[in-house]
Design a protein around this ligand. Structure first.
Ligand SMILES: *Cc1c(COP(=O)(O)O)cnc(C)c1O
Length: 406
């Protein structure tokens, strides 16, 4: 039986009556852009995220771009970003003709390494953009302390982390100066198209972000500041309002799936447990670790369940032959991207991200994933890794990037 990476039809079928009614309501009203549906969604999300202002926008990418526009980021400015993330995190900086400054990530969480952030700060640094990668929070306490010490705003890229909590229970996107979320269909809260959200606790910033969302216009046809069309459609607002109440149970289902994967990999003797960073005979696959496990319910929402294999490319091919879906988030870190070649980054400054790019593989984790699929995926991986080990005489160093991780 094929095991897709993601099956969005199951979720739609479960909510079809409510979603169809919500879409019909918008069709009847012909209030197509922003309006009452988006207003209501914004109130509901502000409550859920425990943030003063939640502003619906056109995508997660636009949320990041707007946040940077609101902070007046432009030529000559530097913005610190992790080198291991989705392109938008760095692309938005470059689109504003500012300079993205890449730093390496932590070997266990894959989130930005705060000590390296400190070293990357210069008088030109205008923002720091931590990404809560795969649904686990970056070290916000340390980042907020740096932010206060150097007076540099934090833009949280929470695109993969709606609802994610820190160890003391705060939801990401409510901690930094501006939070950015995506409703791309593969995210934990997915729309029927593109959509996003910016959040802030700063009243003046909220006014500014709302102006930027609509061409910097206030009042009508008077343009105070530069903005664009970053508005959210009412159809997306209506769909998202149906889905939002289900988000906590979907997060829990993803966590259950992650726990089952972990249990099965450990029972099969191919992992000594989450958090191992070195490949060896007892760690043929490396498993994601929930740091601060148990401190708050949502401290990992598993937008992705990302394992590491020293033979990732061959493993992925093997899985594909068995009809098992997987994906590589992300195969090329920013410092190696062609479009950033002019930044002349030193590849050796990014050992963790380089190894991650060569070894990570995301497995199916969506909430409705049948348990039998998890067994199928684990069995296929265990069989592959064990047979590969038999054919190599020593511990499996990473054959993709040639290194053993310390
Ligand atoms: C998805 C994503 C974005 C962009 O969101 P879109 O809605 O697709 O524009 C930005 N950053 C990260 C980390 C993402 O995963």
């Amino acid at each position: 039986m094929p095991v897709p990476l993601l099956d969005l039809k199951i979720q739609y079928q479960a909510l079809k009556t409510e979603i169809d009614a919500a879409l019909f309501r918008v069709a009847e009203s012909q209030a197509c852009i922003l309006g009452p549906e988006v207003d209501a969604l914004e109130r509901e999300l502000a409550t859920y995220l425990d943030v003063k202002h939640a502003i619906g926008v056109s995508s997660g990418t636009d949320a990041l771009l707007m946040a940077m526009m609101a902070l007046n980021i432009g030529p000559g400015d530097e913005v610190i970003v992790p080198t291991f993330s989705f392109f938008a995190t760095a692309g938005c900086v470059a689109r504003l003709n500012a300079t993205p400054v890449f730093v390496d990530v932590d070997n266990i969480t894959y989130n930005i390494d705060v000590e390296l952030v400190r070293k990357a700060i210069t008088p030109r640094t205008k923002a720091i953009v931590p990404v809560h990668l795969f649904g686990q929070a970056a070290d916000m306490d340390a980042l907020m302390a740096l932010s206060a010490e150097f007076n540099i705003p934090i833009i949280e890229d929470a695109a993969q982390a709606i609802g994610t909590q820190t160890s003391d229970g705060r939801r990401v996107g409510s901690i930094g100066h501006i939070g950015c979320f995506s409703f791309y269909p593969t995210k934990n809260l997915g729309a029927f198209g593109d959509g996003g959200l910016v959040t802030t606790n700063d009243d003046a910033m909220a006014v500014r972000l709302k102006q930027i969302r609509n061409h910097g216009m206030e009042p009508r046809y008077y343009h105070k500041i530069m903005g664009g069309n970053f508005r959210l459609d009412a159809m997306q607002g209506a769909v998202l309002r149906v889905k939002l109440p289900h988000l906590p149970s979907w997060h829990a289902a993803r966590r259950n799936n992650a726990a089952l994967y972990t249990k099965r990999f450990m029972e099969a003797g191919v992992s000594s447990g989450p958090g191992a960073t070195t490949f060896g005979p007892h760690d043929l696959v490396l498993l994601p670790k929930v740091i601060h496990e148990g401190t708050s319910a949502d401290n990992h929402i598993f937008n992705q369940f990302t394992i590491r294999s020293a033979h990732r490319n061959a493993l992925r091919t093997h899985l594909a032959e068995l009809g098992i879906g997987s994906e590589i988030y992300y195969p090329v870190p920013f410092h190696r991207q062609e479009c950033f070649a002019s930044l002349n980054c030193n590849d050796e400054d990014y050992p963790i991200s380089n190894c991650l790019a060569a070894t990570v593989l995301a497995l199916p984790i969506y909430p409705e994933l049948p348990e039998s699929h998890i067994h199928e995926v684990v069995n296929a991986i265990v069989a592959f890794e064990k047979s590969t080990l038999e054919h190599t005489s020593e511990c499996p160093d990473c054959v993709e990037c040639g290194t053993t991780l310390a």
